[in-house]
Design a protein around this ligand. Structure first.
Ligand code: ADP
Ligand code: MG
Length: 452
């Protein structure tokens, strides 16, 4: 089956894509509607998961004539397939997983945690030193010192990582103790389900039996009166019994609006540890550590360059690294600042440009005429360059979609919108498109500056 699938995919995907990501994969059909695809490394897995899972699923369904769930995993050295270390385990379907239908009151298992979110993979810097120390203290002796521990900081700064690190640590040190890590949303859903099923009693017993209760993104409790009410009692019961509570939020308690005063004061009675954006040195250390774990060698100059580009969100920093590695492996060019710069800055600061400059620049670059760009020809090269020109006009001007349509001989605004979406998607998944767009942008910037 898989050979058949690969044959078809070969036609649908570009050659570099196919060679880089699909060569070397194998598959095993577990049962009628479950196919496990083994990839050679975590990068291939992530990349396929992110960009090609739909294409693969479609092809498999076409061949089998029925729907299938596809699970991507990584082959380990001894050739056993294992849970990939990216947090997605066998039990989690790869397809849309709204995570809503899980029976409530089920003991969360360690597999629900991201295996990477452990203390040893957390880089300590001046920005997160206190939060890290507090998390470690709580993990070592829960319920003693900081109760509750309230972690707060902006998006992508490591709150979830630290919380799950506490959970991992506890599980390793006392596997039988009840450690619950849940999102606020999950807590709320459980509560709603309990009300519906008339099983409040077991809901309460469940949560109040926790030895460590970690609730993520507690800011989402704002305005949810009923959840606040119930959580208040859970909190009190646990706290009085000396059980550890850890909360994470993107802002401090007093900035969570529509939060009951009594909850606000309880959230603040332990330690509030905030996490700031990391400095350059810490960002570099994070990249280095990540690269080490993924077995990637990175020149220092490259690490430094990436770290200077992404300052306020570590998730983006990591995303950039993944893009760089993917690009280097597809294109085969050496890993150097020069080569990676264009793909890291797909949105080079754009200068406002006159529509005419954009059109002529694109016409020039693709060797088509301005008339063709503005005309109705559907020839492939022409409609492709037209879409790019529309996209660039959206980037380089303040013109509305209908106005851009007018610039192209009176096209409908939905056509413009479609073009912009399509190019944006391609830019995100094909580094060579990103690079081309960035070059075009540079030329437009240059032409605009020399003109004005
Ligand atoms: P938050 O919950 O604050 O939005 P996450 O905990 O999800 O952020 O972190 C985002 C990503 O950045 C994760 O992949 C995490 O592993 C990584 N990360 C954050 N802080 C650090 C750090 N200090 N060291 C290593 N990785 C980190
Ligand atoms: Mg988080």
């Amino acid at each position: 089956l898989w050979i058949q699938v690969l044959e078809r995919l070969q036609f649908q995907l570009s050659r570099p894509t196919f060679e880089t990501w699909l060569k070397g994969t194998t598959a095993q059909q577990l049962d009628q509607n479950c196919l496990v695809v083994c990839t050679p490394n975590p990068f291939a897995r992530n990349w396929l998961q992110k960009y090609y899972i739909k294409t693969i699923t479609d092809v498999v369904q076409e061949i089998l004539g029925q729907s299938v769930d596809i699970y991507l995993t990584v082959i380990t050295d001894n050739d056993n397939t294992t849970i990939s270390d990216t947090g997605i385990s066998w039990s989690v379907p790869v397809a849309a997983n709204p995570d809503t239908e899980r029976p409530s009151h089920q003991l969360p298992k360690p597999t629900e945690l991201n295996q990477k979110y452990v203390f040893s993979r957390f880089v300590v810097g001046s920005n997160n030193r206190m939060a890290h120390a507090a998390a470690l203290a709580v993990a070592e002796s829960p319920g003693r010192e900081f109760n509750p521990l309230f972690l707060c900081g902006g998006v992508g700064l490591g709150k979830t990582h630290l919380m799950q690190a506490i959970a991992h640590f506890r599980w390793e040190n006392s596997p039988n103790s009840k450690i619950f890590y849940v999102s606020t949303e999950h807590f709320t859903n459980d509560l709603i389900a309990a009300i519906r099923k008339d099983s409040m009693q077991s809901f309460r017993e469940h949560y109040r039996a926790a030895e460590v209760l970690l609730i993520d993104d507690i800011q989402f409790i704002e305005g949810k009166e009923y959840t606040q009410e119930e959580f208040f009692h859970t909190f009190n019961t646990l706290h009085e019994a000396g059980k550890q509570i850890v909360l994470a939020s993107d802002r401090p308690p007093h900035q969570i609006s529509r939060l009951q005063e009594r909850l606000c004061s309880r959230f603040s009675m332990g330690l509030i540890a905030d996490i700031q954006p990391p400095d350059l040195e810490t960002r570099m250390a994070i990249l280095q550590k990540k690269a080490e774990y993924e077995n990637i060698r990175l020149p220092r100059s490259v690490v430094e360059y990436i770290a200077t580009q992404y300052k306020s969100n570590i998730r983006e920093l990591e995303g950039a690294l993944i893009r760089v590695v993917a690009y280097i492996s597809i294109s085969g060019v050496p890993m150097s600042v020069e080569n990676i710069a264009p793909i890291l800055n797909p949105r080079t600061p754009t200068v406002q440009a006159a529509p005419e400059i954009i059109v002529t620049t694109v016409a020039d670059a693709f060797n088509v005429s301005v008339e063709d760009l503005k005309g109705n020809s559907r020839r492939r090269e022409i409609s492709w360059s037209r879409q790019i020109a529309m996209y660039l006009m959206r980037q380089h001007t303040d013109l509305s979609l209908p106005r851009i349509g007018e610039e192209f001989g009176g096209k409908d605004h939905t056509t413009v919108m479609y073009s912009c979406d399509k190019i944006t998607q391609l830019r995100e998944r094909d580094p060579s498109v990103a690079q081309k767009l960035s070059q075009l942008s540079d030329r437009i910037n240059l032409a605009s500056q020399t003109q004005s």
